[in-house]
Design a protein around this ligand. Sequence first.
Ligand code: AMP
Ligand code: MN
Ligand code: MN
Ligand code: MN
Length: 280
Amino acid sequence: MNWDLHCHSTVSDGLLSPARLAWRARANGVDALALTDHDDTAGLAEAQAAARAAGIRFIPGVEISVTWNERSVHIVGLDVDPAHAPLREGLARVRSGRLGRALRIAEALARVGIEGCLEGALRHAGRAHGIGRTHFARYLVERNVARDLRSVFRGFLARGKPGYVPHQWASLEDAVSWIAVAGGVAVIAHPARYRFDPAQTGRLFEEFRRCGGAGIELESGGHATQATRLLAGLARDLDLAGSRGSDFHGPGESRAELGRLAELPPGVRPIWSVLRPAAG
Ligand code: AMP
Ligand code: MN
Ligand code: MN
Ligand code: MN
């Protein structure tokens, strides 16, 4: 089975509609797909219908933005019921901070002489409440400020760069509990991308587990083989399951194509062993 349990649609910062993602997944040989838009479940119904038509399994998901130790960490929820009130309300609260943050990003960019970014980024964001750094990055590429998304992040939007503004997202505890009470399982997204030292990563995993977290992403579009090996050891030690997700955002933009990832390392319990069996 080819599982891809992490990707984005136009509901957040992806380039393809939820339906197009499902069809692309099927064309790429994906057997089971989770759509995990940032802080939003609005694309799940469309993706689910398309996945059914395409004959692939669909797992309703979400990727929740969390602030942990003053750093952003992403928690993927798999097999969640998007109608469940605590999850729905929690996500609405997280999204409600995005527009104000966008305004502060635009002000920060204006201070280094790049004006008009809020309007520009809003044009790239399908929904104003889903506006994020990727939309700023696309706008800055369009303006020839940098040649691709990576360079925009490196020069302007990453932590410590002129367009970066600190922001308070959900707490780790809240995010994991919203996912759990909505019937889902929580997974730490792309842990190798946070630039934590091994001790911090260990503390994050332990706290996550204490909160009720179930797994960590071992195979991710953002991971090198060496990182995956180290993380797999940690997962086994803490009895956390392993997950696999491309974090696909769009053709030509992402580190991994939908469904094109290595297998989970040996000896790791796959997260799909704790997902409920497919309905119907
Ligand atoms: P936000 O939730 O607004 O902070 O935006 C986070 C998103 O920015 C991530 O989900 C990625 O899609 C994107 N992103 C973060 N860092 C990079 C990077 N170095 N290169 C390209 N995209 C990035
Ligand atoms: Mn993203
Ligand atoms: Mn992420
Ligand atoms: Mn993601």
